[in-house]
Design a binder for this molecule. Structure first.
Ligand code: HEM
Length: 474
């Protein structure tokens, strides 16, 4: 096929990335579920040094981040960027190279976690490939390969933007471009500086920036950019306020990078740096409110879409959880709250609500809308779609509430200098509930994946007219 007949959107690349993302999510959630059993004394491989609980935790968090989110977002960008610019991505061949390079990076990272080559940086455990602080090789240099992969991806996605430079960029494109550039910079900063250049508390401060910026400067712009594209598209109306979306963009870019130290409050990091992080974190909550207001105002007069469109249901359930998590964040970032909740399950509840309840929900919504169009088949089972949604929603609601209460009990007991084992005993019932909730989420995911598989194999022929939301919906 020559350049002129090449279709605008390469559906094969989207399909590959979404399949790889789904497999990584299944692996991540299975590892998370198994790890949660360790808290109950029922870990399934107690004697294996390779699939030990510590390794499972790394697989859980890293496969969620790099396997699920990065693969999934990349697949979705292959749809959205050509649609918004009217231009193709740079090259289909480079697309295949990026896809396989990324999966090889994931496998090398997995091998590194299983065979003790992980780097001691939270969410940056991907192996550097060198013995700590030296240039003596001890594994595949995954960190550097990640940056090479990110640069290829940036070029791949920037070419259509460059070709469309005479036209006005819609806000989603602002988010995607900056998110990709920030990804490469954040990754370099977080995985290289603390290990080689900045020891001690300074390195810890950078690690805090890294964890935070990965979520705030990559996952958030991708998530918001996708929502600014898919919500208006599916509802068939423009976003309520374009100005608000631009304010949101600049405020994110300005405030977010300064907040990272809030992961290390009440630590040896100087107080003025901590105060800076607290203030900007609270400022960012105001920005989040603009986004949430924009989304809900766009839904005005179309509330019935929550019933008729499964994608819209995922999006808005995710937006509600987004608002709750961000509100929670503006309280938990204060020293007053930190004195209680630091190092407790409260934080774990918060992490799941944002990564699963919001960003994963948004991605499930996009997949719900995209999958039939990619495989050109109608969904195999609507009831499996519903099961996926409700098991996930009930699962995350239970997990969040449970871990929040567990965190408070732990925090207050710790303040009163209770014996550590008494705190563990008090937490065990909550850890049972966490595993139960995780079981619901995992079952929901299995329903969703089975439905995707059966849709591709047995679904009825795709009909666009079945998916239109009437203008006078309410
Ligand atoms: C079957 C569902 C899940 C279960 C049972 C589960 C369980 C767990 C467990 C036991 C931990 C370790 C907590 C600790 O060290 O105290 C954890 C951490 C984490 N999980 Fe999950 N998880 C699930 C799904 C997910 C998903 C889908 C994501 C993201 C998309 C996710 C993101 C995270 C993150 C970011 C952490 C680190 C939290 C922190 O260090 O504060 N989890 N999870």
């Amino acid at each position: 096929m020559d350049a002129t007949t090449r279709p605008l959107v390469n559906y094969q690349l989207i399909r590959w990335h979404l399949i790889a993302a789904s497999a990584a999510l299944l692996l991540s959630m299975t590892a998370g579920f198994e790890y949660s059993l360790q808290f109950l004394g029922f870990y399934p491989h107690p004697d294996s040094p390779i699939v030990s609980p510590g390794h499972m935790r790394l697989i859980h968090t890293n496969m969620a981040a790099y396997g699920w989110l990065v693969n999934g977002f990349t697949g979705m960008l292959y749809f959205v960027i050509p649609r918004l610019t009217g231009e193709r991505v740079w090259s289909d061949g480079i697309g295949k190279l990026i896809f396989w390079t990324w999966q090889a990076i994931l496998l090398a990272a997995l091998g590194g976690y299983l065979f003790d080559r992980a780097q001691a940086i939270e969410w940056g455990e991907t192996p550097t490939g060198f013995r700590p602080g030296t240039f003596e090789p001890n594994w595949i240099p995954v960190d550097l390969l990640v940056v090479v992969g990110a640069v290829l991806l940036i070029v791949q996605m920037m070419v259509p933007l460059y070709r469309a430079r005479q036209r006005q960029y819609y806000v989603s494109l602002w988010y995607f471009t900056s998110g990709l550039v920030w990804l490469a910079l954040t990754y370099l900063m977080g995985t290289i500086l603390p290990e080689w250049v900045l020891p001690g508390a300074a390195g810890a401060a950078v690690t805090g920036l890294f964890i935070h910026d990965l979520v705030g400067l990559y996952v958030t712009p991708m998530g918001w950019g996708l929502m600014y594209f898919f919500v208006p598209l599916i509802l068939g109306r423009p976003i309520w306020s374009h100005s608000l979306s631009i304010i949101g963009f600049w405020a994110l870019a300005f405030f977010y990078p300064l907040g990272g130290v809030h992961h290390f409050l009440i630590s040896p990091i100087p107080d003025y740096v901590e105060f800076g992080a607290i203030t900007t974190t609270i400022a960012i909550e105001v920005v989040v409110t603009t986004v949430v207001v924009n989304f809900f105002m766009t839904l005005r007069g179309r509330f019935s879409a929550l019933r008729t469109s499964m994608a819209i249901r995922w999006f808005y359930a995710g937006a509600v959880m987004y608002f709750i998590t961000c509100l929670q964040c503006s309280f938990q970032v204060t020293w007053m709250f930190q004195k209680i909740i630091h190092f407790t399950d409260w934080v774990v509840g918060h992490a799941h609500m944002i990564m699963y309840g919001t960003f994963t929900f948004w991605m499930f919504g996009v997949i719900d809308w995209l999958w039939p169009r990619i495989v050109r088949k109608e969904w195999y089972s609507n009831s499996l779609r519903s099961w996926h949604f409700w098991l996930s929603t009930v699962g995350i609601a239970v997990m969040f509430t449970d871990l929040t209460i567990a965190g408070l009990i732990h925090g207050f007991m710790q303040r009163e200098l209770n014996d550590w084992m008494d705190i563990v005993d008090a937490s065990i019932p909550f850890w049972w509930v966490r595993s139960f909730a995780g079981g619901l989420m995992l079952t929901g995911l299995l329903c969703g994946l089975y439905n995707m598989w059966m849709t591709a194999r047995r679904g009825a022929e795709y009909r666009e007219e079945l998916h239109l939301i009437p203008a006078n919906a309410d």
